[in-house]
Write a new protein. Structure first.
Lengths: 175, 658
């Protein structure tokens, strides 16, 4: 099934947060302004080139001293982006689980979590994982969380109060 | 080795080798064993021929007792240190329905009959010893004709042996200077009909007790306290049971160096009695007692009828009596304090709830059901704990959580135990298996009652319960009367409910799905049969608000529209139905009933990986494993592990389109 990835923690792409200057022919992810306080935000992780522009977006959590797991619902325009993968970052323990599926066109369900009453620390900015899309030339798409279908919880299962911010992917027009 | 001596006839001495059964050591099991001990002793003694086969054979064995005990006047002179006893009993009896040729009772084996008499009748006595009891049968010549009455006068005396049962270890009394206890199979006769020894039908008798102990000894007895005085070298106290109750009602004397403390906050003089000196546990019991008794009355919708006095007793752990309730008296062993304050307090509430359920409002027959005694007392205890310790929690969730272990035990440990309301051809689980009996009598009944309450709603249930108390006190009712009252007071046909869950054991599957709209949702419920079923729906809106709605399912599939001021997040049944209804989302793997399989379903279970359910033989109400979530146990092996998570993950990602 496309997009279903279920594995113990894999090496993740955690590249720099901003696109290279002058890369006007490459797809660009522009994050929305970050909110104050605890938040889950999307941030550019890097970008690919060549045929089928790839854009890598980090999912970053801050302000959560104790994190057991994340259930995320991410939406995008399927006419502009094709989902490639979602990988959990090394911030998670080796026993953690990662499950992702594009359950409906333009709608990703993601679950990254520890097993048992384990938790990781995400008090400071912590990359939880990286989403990879293939951008269609000339298209623009918002990539956003559905806050009512997303949560991050502590080791007791209690939801952590966070704000959610996405961003926009713009792919250059074909030459 | 069981000692059995038949003292009449040839005086044959028999010996039976009876292996001691392995008895569970849990608190509730002790309640069960102790509650049934007198009746089991009678059954075993009669089966072993304690009264001699020649004498019992001519009495046609009946299933329904003709013995109607009307009134008993006890006059007991007791030295609680030595056990020396001299007593008289004036027992008014009546033949009910058919002729009555004999009456029988058990006493401590150290007591023997000195004289019996009755006006215009010849009486003959047959005695047998079946340790720890002496079994006495008094035959009447001529027998009492149906409806005829007489009063039998019995004098008995001796020194209490207070022996232990070779099988269960149970004892009917303990002697001593500090704290001694004497139950109704020791000093007070435990009365039964030798022609129908197993019959537990309520007959309804009143009693008066005169208790004489040495003047330097303090003593209390079952009943309302009438008077106490010092007469010469004796302390004489008088007690009354003015309302007609079962002949099997527990009768007790406690004596020795008794501490007493008045329970504050009760209008009827209520005394906590304990082995002196007062300990910390007594302060706790004192603090709990008024709230418990107030709650018991609120739950029953009526005041307890004791006007002169009530006695609450903290039993020392040396007394092998776990606890019980009887007329105006509640007993509980201090050993229950080891369960922690919370469970100790709940057990105190449970036992005091029996002042209604089983005492003032007796069950017609304990062999028919324990729904209206143990079931209601267990439910009252849980309700009390919620009201006094967890009122900040959402009540439906709390109650559901308390019944989680019950549901698991019923499905995995006791799937074949009989329904809570037995047909005439059915029997309760054998008392030799206390765990199964406990699950049936306490847990299954309480779970069924709460499911009924969740279905009907609190107001309708409470109204019916209050009516049941009014109509059934001192009378003896059963589930049939309860059903009739429920239907009369609620206006509902509860036939299907009783058919599904009272007279049979079912857990029908109900499958839910819904299509959310801007305001509300279209909900579809499917069930596997055509029998009507009512339940409470829990509709969670997008802002988290829960809307409850009663639905009546008639056909196999029902569709309804739910109006709501906003979108609907999930639709499920009340969690309190879960023991009795197997509710599933139509989307496999959707554990939170939102119609999707996503991270919320996985996060529900991920924290529980590594947990397992350890069956407590129906004792989850008392020693609870609340964190185990059966929905996460996908493969049903009572462990939540990686395989379960993989099972949920396999179905991950079924989403509604945007």
């Amino acid at each position: 099934v496309k997009g279903l990835a279920m594995a113990l923690l894999l090496a993740a792409c955690t590249g720099g947060g901003e696109p290279r200057p002058g890369a006007a022919d490459q797809s660009v992810f522009t994050p929305a302004p970050p909110p104050d306080g605890a938040a889950v935000v999307l941030r550019a992780a890097g970008h690919g080139g060549g045929e089928g522009e790839r854009v890598q977006i980090d999912v970053v959590l801050s302000g959560a001293p104790e994190l057991h797991g994340a259930a995320l619902r991410v939406t995008f325009d399927p006419a502009a982006l094709a989902f490639v993968s979602a990988e959990a970052s090394p911030a998670w323990s080796r026993k953690s689980m990662s499950v992702t599926k594009e359950g409906a066109p333009g709608q990703l369900a993601i679950a990254w979590f520890e097993k048992g009453e384990r938790a990781i620390t995400a008090a400071d900015e912590t990359v939880l994982g990286t989403l990879v899309f293939e951008a269609r030339p000339g298209k623009t798409s918002e990539v956003a969380f559905r806050p009512e279908r997303s949560t991050v919880v502590d080791r007791h299962g209690k939801a952590i109060d966070v704000r959610w911010r996405g961003g926009t992917v713009r792919a250059p027009a074909p030459r | 080795m069981r000692r059995l001596r038949v003292l009449s006839g040839a005086g044959a001495v028999l010996a039976l080798l009876v292996p001691a059964p392995s008895l569970a050591a849990h608190r509730l099991h002790r309640f069960v064993q102790d509650e049934q001990a007198p009746q089991l002793l009678v059954r075993d003694a009669m089966a072993a021929g304690a009264l001699g086969p020649r004498l019992t054979r001519p009495l046609a064995l009946r299933t329904t007792s003709a013995l109607d005990c009307v009134h008993a006047a006890h006059d007991v002179r007791l030295d609680p240190v030595t056990g020396a006893t001299t007593a008289e009993l004036a027992l008014e009896i009546r033949a009910n329905g058919s002729s009555l040729a004999a009456v029988a009772f058990t006493l401590d084996e150290g007591l023997s009959i000195d004289a019996v008499s009755a006006e215009a009748r010849a009486l003959s006595v047959t005695e047998g010893v079946f340790t720890p009891a002496r079994v006495v049968q008094i035959a009447l010549s001529p027998p009492l004709a149906p409806g005829e009455s007489t009063t039998i006068h019995v004098k008995y005396s001796g020194t209490l042996a207070c022996s232990a049962s070779p099988e269960s270890g149970a004892v009917g009394c303990t002697k001593g200077a500090d704290f001694s206890s004497f139950s109704h199979r020791s000093v007070f006769p435990f009365l039964f009909d030798p022609a129908a020894p197993d019959d537990a039908v309520l007959d309804g008798m009143t009693r008066e007790v005169v208790l004489r102990v040495p003047a330097n000894v303090d003593a209390v007895a079952t009943g309302e306290r009438v008077a106490e005085s010092i007469e010469g070298d004796q302390r004489v106290s008088r007690w009354t049971i003015a309302h007609p109750l079962s002949r099997a009602l527990g009768m007790y004397i406690f004596a020795g160096k008794l501490g007493r403390a008045e329970v504050p906050g009760r209008s009827v003089p209520t005394t906590l009695v304990y082995p002196a000196p007062k300990e910390a546990v007594d302060e706790r019991l004192l603090a709990w007692s008024a709230p418990v008794l107030d709650f018991v009355e609120k739950f029953g919708g009526a005041r307890l009828p004791f006007e002169r006095s009530m006695t609450l007793v903290r039993l020392p752990s040396e007394v092998p009596e776990p606890g019980t309730a009887t007329y105006g008296m509640t007993l509980l062993s201090e050993s229950y304090a080891r369960a922690g304050d919370l469970m100790h307090e709940e057990t105190w509430a449970h036992e005091n709830a029996h002042l209604f359920w089983g005492i003032v409002v007796p069950e017609r027959s304990s062999s028919e059901s324990r729904l209206m005694s143990e079931g209601l007392a267990t439910l009252a205890g849980i309700d009390y704990t919620y009201a006094h310790h967890f009122a900040g929690e959402e009540r439906d969730r709390y109650l559901a959580r308390r019944f989680v272990p019950i549901g698991i035990d019923l499905r995995t440990q006791a799937p074949d135990i009989p329904p809570v309301w037995l047909a005439s051809h059915q029997s309760p689980p054998d008392a030799a298996s206390p765990a199964l009996y406990t699950t049936w009598a306490y847990a299954k009944t309480a779970a069924t009652l709460d499911h009924l309450r969740a279905t009907l709603g609190d107001e309708a249930f409470d109204r019916a319960l209050a009516t049941y108390v009014t109509e059934c006190r001192y009378v003896g009712c059963g589930p049939g009367e309860f059903k009739e009252i429920l239907e009369r007071t609620s206006g509902e046909d509860l036939g299907p409910f009783f058919q599904r869950w009272m007279t049979s054991t079912t857990r029908p599957r109900v499958t839910l799905s819904f299509e959310p709209e801007q305001t509300g949702a279209d909900v579809t419920l499917a069930k596997s049969d055509a029998l009507p079923l009512s339940l409470q729906l829990f509709i969670t809106l997008e802002d988290g608000q829960v809307v409850r709605r009663r639905v009546d399912l008639k056909d196999e599939a029902t569709t309804l529209h739910v109006d709501a001021p906003q979108g609907v997040r999930s639709v499920t049944t009340s969690p309190r139905h879960e023991v009795m209804i197997d509710a599933r989302s139509a989307v496999e793997g959707d554990l939170d009933f939102d119609g999707e399989t996503d991270g919320f379903d996985l996060l529900r279970c991920s924290r529980l990986v590594g947990t397992s359910y350890r069956s407590q033989n129906g004792l989850g109400l008392w020693s609870i494993s609340e964190s185990f979530d059966p929905r996460c146990d996908v493969d049903g092996d009572l462990q939540i592990d990686d395989e379960d998570l993989m099972g949920i993950a396999y179905r991950f990602g079924k989403l509604r389109p945007l």
